[in-house]
Design a protein around this ligand. Structure first.
Ligand SMILES: [Zn+2]
Length: 72
């Protein structure tokens, strides 16, 4: 376990202690604060995405279609 270093979070852009994101999450910011890190962890656990930018970067076409249907 490495100690977090402070810097700008890749998602919320706030200056906070940062943790490395996980490679299995796909195309996500490399470094995230605890709050945003948890958002990705929870979203991926559910097979979801944290926001539209995340979905467009990481969802397959069928996942995007399912997401659009789910957001009706
Ligand atoms: Zn953040």
């Amino acid at each position: 376990m490495t100690n977090p270093t402070e810097g700008q979070c890749g998602l919320c852009k706030q200056r906070r202690p940062l943790f490395d994101s996980r490679s299995e999450w796909g195309d996500v910011p490399a470094r995230l604060c605890t709050g945003c890190w948890s958002r990705y962890a929870v979203a991926r656990e559910r097979g979801e995405f944290v926001d539209w930018a995340d979905a467009f970067d990481n969802a397959s076409d069928s996942q995007l279609e399912a997401g659009l249907r789910g957001h009706r």
